[in-house]
Design a protein around this ligand. Structure first.
Ligand SMILES: [Zn+2]
Ligand SMILES: [Zn+2]
Length: 268
């Protein structure tokens, strides 16, 4: 019943495995569908950074997904993980028109030019001053809310990403989660529950249990993804994510085809 819609190819320069490799791995692990969602190219001068495909790579990306579709035993969905950066909305609209996407993922990595909060290169920024972590969280959630409220995406990736290295501001973090969930509801996206965080220093799902409970209470649909950067990671720890979403009250997950969402009940 489960799908894995968040996977990366060598075109983004930090992943291995082509769509067909992911499709085979997913079929072996008993997944119902696989989705490919490499890091989107950006507008303006390239390279924008060192961890995404460039605009000229898009035709190769589409070919690789088509090749997987032709040979896979399970459906292969075409997606893209798009960075939402204020001021680049027109580019997102252009990207949305470039292919018959099954889904577009919205991601917040950047909170200011050159500062992607999940890059190990910036990990010292979290502790540079007594309030640095709080300031990063503030900026991150403001960017996340703008992305969620934009309504441009079918689902949103790894919501509480700035906890990646284990840095969290003091106090009740619902002050960040509640407005973020309001923005998700406003924009109408679903939410990814990502098992990737289990393999980062924080050792937790994205999002954590508190966020997930609030999302369920607000009626936000979810799906489980691995954010695989190698075929060996497809479907990884989905049992743990299933336990978490059930505990939060979920009884179904969503799938996407041609940007239309359908709900699939969780098996008993
Ligand atoms: Zn990703
Ligand atoms: Zn990546």
């Amino acid at each position: 019943m489960l799908t894995d819609y968040h996977t990366h190819t060598p075109l983004c320069l930090h992943a291995s495995g082509w769509p067909l490799d992911y499709a085979r791995a997913a079929a072996e692990r008993g997944l119902a569908e696989i989705g490919i969602s490499d890091h989107s190219p950006m507008d303006g001068p390239e390279p924008f950074d060192e961890w995404r495909m460039q605009r000229a790579d898009l035709p190769r990306y589409f070919e690789a997904v088509a090749e997987a579709r032709a040979q896979s035993t399970i459906p292969v969905r075409l997606g893209l993980e798009c960075d939402f950066i204020v001021g680049h909305e027109a580019w997102l609209d252009e990207l949305a028109g470039l292919a018959d996407w099954d889904y577009l993922i919205g991601s917040t990595h950047y909170i200011e030019p050159g500062f992607d909060v999940d890059s190990p290169r910036h990990v010292n920024r979290y502790t540079r001053t007594p309030h640095a972590t709080e300031e990063i969280w503030e900026a991150y959630w403001a960017a996340f809310r703008a992305m969620a409220a934009s309504g441009r995406f079918d689902f949103l990736a790894h919501p509480d990403l700035p906890k990646k290295f284990g840095h969290r501001p003091p106090g009740d973090l619902r002050r960040y989660y509640e407005p973020a969930i309001e923005a998700i509801v406003q924009g109408g996206s679903a939410l990814e529950v990502s098992t990737a965080g289990l393999h980062k220093p924080v050792g937790e799902l994205y999002p954590g249990d508190d966020f997930l409970r609030l999302a369920h209470a607000a009626g936000v649909p979810v799906l489980i993804n691995s954010d695989a950067h190698d075929p060996s990671e497809v479907g990884r720890d989905f049992d743990r994510a299933l336990t978490a979403i059930r505990a939060a009250g979920y009884t179904e997950v969503c799938r996407f085809e041609q940007r239309v969402r359908t709900m699939v009940p969780l098996e008993e």
